[in-house]
Design a protein around this ligand. Structure first.
Ligand code: FAD
Length: 495
């Protein structure tokens, strides 16, 4: 033994405590427990395991302590019990689309409970309700709802996203301004709690849990299925897209100012739309009404935005519901059993109630100076989320734990590469953009959307921005249902 090695060994033996086993060291114990209770697992190193660990966001990967793939609710209960007995954090995974790979724990060492086998859709057409398994992917869910009596729910645009993560934290899409968020349409949920019991959360059963699940669900248990209120799928919809080409910061400011004013004050609930700013810029959406009414509603806005009649427009009328969804899905709605689509990116969000002229000016100037000519596949997506006539804003701020009822816009800042790795230093591009907007808005606490999880936020920043004034009440509910913090992650409630 060399002198240095000997010295280190001697010092090590004098340390007061042996180093604690890390969660990854507990793999064998958790696997033994799962095996004893006959919970199906993916074995580390198998092809299925390697596939399962590929997150939607290639940039953010984690190593679990163990990987369960339950088939029954009892399997889920047993998996939760194995995590609890071995003091290993437990994380549910549905569609695996979290930007921060929160479905893989958001850090190493979790027991992942992959809910892939819970994906059925059963409609009660007379009651206009549907029971939907948590891991159903949106495209498959929309198709199944439609095939069982032409029913629909309000949900996001990407057909690969899982119902679980989307519904437990928000769920904004092409009909949210008239039908609310996905979480606004949950009637009840079946949940496995940290003590392994199964409960129903609804307005009458465990109402505090029901409140917390609708906005911050990942920290409160594992939902196996949801019962949703459905509606008749609208079948004659107008889909539109205008191409824009802002040539200066001041022109972009004019567009955003007009859009903000319209969204806040006069946008009707049957109009859903977004501004997409990137190497090319579009303004697109869906109108649930006639062409004549659409023209009447849109023309004043287009004029104020400077689009006038000169902007290139693509307008299609009489789209069925599934057609409408497909117009925004970047591919077919139906999703394969093994999902294998991935991107490599960093993203941030802002949920502003109001962007002051100075904030809009800062946003536009940053675009002109730093974004417009950047040679990466970045985009800024601005959804017209709230305002006086939006169903999202008509729900009281404390009715669910979703904290952004007053947000006029839902803004997503996204920076990706198509080949190779994302250099960590590139995060300064989006951090700088948000930083300039916030610096121009002294005293404003902007909300952020956990469904666009920003891995650059500390836990304190995340808690404040994701849940705003609902955070303290969430911690109280957490202490009731999961005092030992079995369901946790770097940014979740109580972390
Ligand atoms: C391409 C793309 C497009 C998107 N489009 C939209 C959009 O249009 N509108 C919108 O609102 N959002 C959109 N999102 C964001 C999306 O809503 C979130 O990423 C969402 O959390 C993904 O849910 P998931 O089940 O697929 O992910 P997962 O990674 O499986 O889960 C996300 C989080 O939810 C938790 N969770 C999942 N299932 C359960 C469960 N059963 N019980 C308890 N906790 C659970 C996980 O632990 C994790 O914390 C999009 C995301 C992507 C990648």
């Amino acid at each position: 033994m060399g002198h240095l090695t000997f010295l280190l060994a001697a010092v090590g033996s004098l340390l007061p405590f042996p180093s604690a086993a890390t969660p990854l060291d507990k793999r064998a114990a958790v696997d033994t427990c799962l095996s004893k209770l006959k919970v199906p697992v993916l074995t580390a190193g198998s092809a299925d395991y390697v596939q399962a660990l590929k997150p939607f966001n290639n940039r953010v990967t984690f190593k679990p302590a163990a990987y369960a793939v339950p088939k029954t609710v009892e399997d889920v209960q047993n998996a939760v019990s194995c995590g609890s007995q071995n003091d290993v954090k437990v994380t549910a995974k549905s569609g695996g689309h979290s930007y921060g790979s929160h479905g893989l724990g958001g850090e190493d060492g979790h027991l992942i409970v992959d809910m892939r086998n819970f994906n059925s859709v059963t409609v009660d057409q007379a009651a206009q309700t549907a029971v939907i398994g948590t891991a159903g992917r949106l495209g498959n869910v929309a198709t199944a709802l439609y095939n069982q009596g032409k029913q629909a729910i309000s949900h996001g645009t990407c057909p690969g996203v899982g119902v679980g993560g989307l519904s437990l934290h928000g769920g904004y899409g092409l009909i949210s301004r008239s039908k609310g968020l996905t979480l606004d349409n949950i009637l009840e949920a079946q949940v496995v709690l940290a003590n392994s019991s199964v409960v129903t959360a609804s307005p009458t059963q465990n109402p505090d849990l029901f409140w917390a699940l609708r906005g911050a669900g990942a920290a409160f248990g594992i939902v196996t299925n949801f019962k949703f209120k459905t509606f008749n799928a609208p079948e004659s919809n107008l889909v539109f897209q205008y191409s824009l080409s802002p040539s200066s910061a001041s022109q972009l400011s004019t567009i955003i100012t007009a859009l903000q004013d319209f969204t806040r004050n006069s946008q009707p609930p049957e109009l859903n739309m977004r501004l997409f700013l990137s190497a090319f810029t579009t303004f697109s959406g869906v109108y649930y009404g006639t062409r004549a009414n659409f023209d009447k509603v849109m023309q004043p806005l287009l004029t104020k935005m400077g689009i006038g009649s000169g902007g290139f427009a693509q307008i299609t009328e009489k789209n069925t519901w599934l057609n409408t969804l497909t117009s925004f899905s970047n591919g077919p709605l139906e999703q394969p059993a093994v999902y294998d689509t991935h991107e490599t990116f960093y993203a941030k969000s802002l949920m502003p109630e109001y962007l002051s002229p100075a904030a809009i000016d800062a946003l536009s100037k940053y675009w002109e100076k730093n974004a417009r000519n950047l040679n990466r596949a970045w985009y800024l997506l601005i959804d017209s989320h709230g305002g006086a006539n939006s169903a999202v804003s008509s729900v009281a701020g404390d009715a669910t734990s979703y904290a952004h009822r007053n947000a006029t816009f839902k803004m997503q800042f996204y920076d990706r590469v198509y080949n190779g790795n994302y250099d960590p230093s590139w995060q300064s591009f989006l951090n700088g953009w948000i930083g300039n907007i916030t610096a121009a808005s002294p005293g404003v606490q902007y909300g952020m959307y956990i469904n666009y999880a920003d891995t650059g936020l500390s836990k304190e920043e995340a808690h404040k921005a994701y849940w705003l004034k609902n955070y303290d009440r969430l911690v109280q509910v957490k202490n009731v249902y999961d005092p030992k913090k079995l369901f946790t992650g770097p940014q979740l409630v109580g972390s």
